[in-house]
Design a protein around this ligand. Structure first.
Ligand code: SAH
Ligand code: SF4
Length: 352
């Protein structure tokens, strides 16, 4: 059996041609899968019974299984999802007033080993396939009844952030294929401008990734100099800040609309001093980057050496960046009553 979710449009067309069917059948199947969100070939009522049977003999339509699910007081919704081989990832839906972002994962575990990140402490188990990345979002749509694909104005699941478990630029081929499916206009149709991909800074992949996908970029910076960054993000030894920011600059060249969000996790006494904020500003100026910041309060987990910054330190840090002309909102922690951030559901379950 071939998994049909995750085939590119071209691959699906080739499969349908191989079955001796006309190419418009591929388009119909695509629309059933990704515009209507059906879970069986039986529901594809504009296809002949015979073709539906042929499809069912050759392909399967799979969603990851929901192992656990919680909705917090603030409506943040978290799922623990399990794939066919038993591997698990998390997904979170973070609703705003009339829209919301679904945070999806790209790997089981992560090889980057950032010291503050629970996923990073779990090592890399494997990459997710394109189908496994796309089908996460499809589970969220199932839950909110957003089939067929609603118009942009009426959808709650309006945005996607590739900020769950894993480093997307280390699984670039599958992530690109997944994003092409998620943004396809005849299917799920999430606009590329409403997707943000976050990377820990795999410098040589930044430009190719953005050229291939057209989505927005967020870079997990977390420190204003190499000494400090290497201490908390080992990947910085391989791709130091200069290389990451050069890639960001190349991405912005010639296109004034390309803003980059720099994520900055605030760790008490480590990277949250006023001096760090001033070094950050100098860095932005040096590379002439059009940037905004996303200041992230650290979410502690058992066994982690870091502590969250004090509210006063966070406020001072934000003020210094803002006075220099950079937007620097502090991310409001969501879903705290259900531990919705960063590997915690998965870890609780696996430790249990
Ligand atoms: N690997 C990519 C995307 C997934 S991590 C990256 O690192 O950018 C998404 C974000 O979650 C990153 O900015 C990361 O720094 C942040 N994060 C990791 N652990 C965290 C924690 N314990 N508390 C708060 N944010 C955390
Ligand atoms: Fe991987 Fe991102 Fe966690 Fe670093 S912060 S270990 S890159 S998931």
């Amino acid at each position: 059996m071939i998994e049909i979710i995750g085939l590119s449009k071209k691959e699906l067309e080739a499969e349908i041609a191989l079955m001796g069917e006309k190419s418009f059948r591929a388009k119909q199947v695509w629309q059933w899968l990704y515009f209507r969100g059906v879970k069986s070939f039986d529901e594809m009522t504009n296809l002949s019974k015979e073709l539906r049977q042929k499809l069912a003999n050759r392909f399967q339509i799979t969603r990851p299984q929901i192992v656990a699910e919680q909705i917090s007081r603030d409506k943040t919704h978290k799922w623990l999802l399990e794939f066919a081989d038993g591997e698990r990832v998390e997904m979170v839906y973070i609703p705003e007033d009339d829209r919301g972002a679904v945070c999806i994962s790209t790997q089981v575990g992560c090889a980057m080993g950032c010291r503050f990140c629970h996923t990073g402490s779990q090592k890399l188990t494997r990459n997710l396939t394109a189908g496994e990345i796309v089908s996460q979002f499809m589970v969220a749509r199932d839950a909110y009844g957003e089939w067929p694909s609603p118009t942009h104005e009426t959808r709650y699941l309006s945005n996607i952030v590739v900020m769950g478990m894993g480093e997307p630029l280390q699984n670039l081929e599958n992530v690109c294929q997944a994003l092409n499916i998620l943004t396809d206009n005849e299917g799920i149709a999430i606009s590329r401008r409403r997707i943000t991909m976050s990377t820990s800074g795999i410098a040589p992949q930044i430009l190719p990734a953005l050229q291939a996908t057209g989505v927005r970029l967020a870079v997990s910076l977390h420190a204003p100099n190499n000494e400090l960054r290497s201490q908390i993000m080992p990947i910085n030894k391989r791709y130091p800040i200069e290389q990451v920011l050069e890639a960001c600059k190349a991405y912005q060249a010639g296109d004034g609309s390309r803003y980059i969000t720099f994520e900055y996790l605030l760790l008490d006494g480590v990277n949250d001093t006023p001096d760090c904020a001033r070094q950050l500003i100098l860095l932005m100026k040096k590379y002439a980057l059009r940037a905004s910041f996303n200041l992230i309060p650290f979410n502690p987990w058992p066994g982690c050496a870091f502590k969250p910054s004090k509210p006063e330190s966070i406020a001072t840090f934000a003020r210094i960046l803002e006075n220099a002309g950079y937007a620097a909102p502090v991310r409001v922690p969501r879903g705290q009553d259900i531990l919705a951030a960063c590997g915690q559901l998965k870890s609780l379950k696996t430790n249990a």
